[in-house]
Design a protein around this ligand. Structure first.
Ligand code: MTE
Ligand code: MO
Length: 202
């Protein structure tokens, strides 16, 4: 170990080149931990749809085939779990949420992502538009594994990873913000990792 001071911030815990890239209170992992509040659902692709809903109406719905026919992007992103691991440079393939919402003639200030298995999470609409969120079905050059949300999950890398809903089946457009699954249990309504918005009141 170098006798030279590492500095009061303990930067030695962050590998070279990663300083400034890891939010406060996080450590970098090479693993890809699985965090699921329940069992992994296995919806057959012929039954899979992704829907945009509002006030109980389905405004638009895509089958798996239709989703695959949309223009997809390869996305490289750092992800940050509220349980304090961050994983740098993860590579995903998916359809931008912009592409989906562009096909819907509706607007709302908030969305609630809903999933197979019943998980939900709430986001401001502005955090899933403008090139900030994807419906991801590929990871690291292959299909997204079921434990990690396959066939498709939401990817919103600029917020804590609980907002990246696995097994996502749609977005409900909402006029007001209402807590999703973890938010009901005290997680922060927004979840900015750079502000350590882990729990309500942070
Ligand atoms: N449907 C669903 N999505 C979910 C979860 C879940 O339990 N169910 N867990 C969330 C949490 S807390 C995290 S940290 C990430 C974990 O994703 P991973 O298992 O691919 O690492 O998924 C998020 N999305
Ligand atoms: Mo998490």
């Amino acid at each position: 170990m170098s006798p030279v001071s590492r500095g009061f911030r303990g930067r030695s815990r962050i590998p070279a080149g990663e300083d400034g890239r890891v939010p406060p209170g996080q450590h970098v992992t090479m693993d890809f931990p699985v965090l699921s509040a329940g069992p992994t659902p296995h919806t057959p692709l012929p039954e899979w749809t992704f829907s945009i809903t509002q006030s109980g109406d389905t405004l638009k719905s895509w089958t798996w085939q239709e989703m695959q026919a949309l223009p997809a992007q390869t996305v490289t992103a750092d992800i940050h779990c509220v349980t304090r691991w961050s994983k740098l440079g993860t590579q995903w393939r998916g359809v931008s949420v912009d592409t989906l919402l562009d096909q819907v003639d509706a607007n709302a200030p908030y969305v609630l992502a809903f999933c197979d298995g019943g998980y939900t999470t709430n986001l401001p609409a502005g955090d899933v538009t403008g090139g900030k969120a994807w419906v991801a079905f590929g990871y690291d050059g292959g299909p997204l594994e079921p434990e990690h949300g396959g066939p498709a999950r939401l990817l919103v890398p600029h917020l804590y990873f609980w907002k990246s809903a696995k097994w996502v089946r749609g977005l409900e457009l909402r006029d007001y913000d209402a807590p999703g699954f973890w938010e009901t249990y005290g997680y922060h309504m927004y979840g900015d990792p750079w502000k350590q918005q882990r729990y309500a009141g942070d």
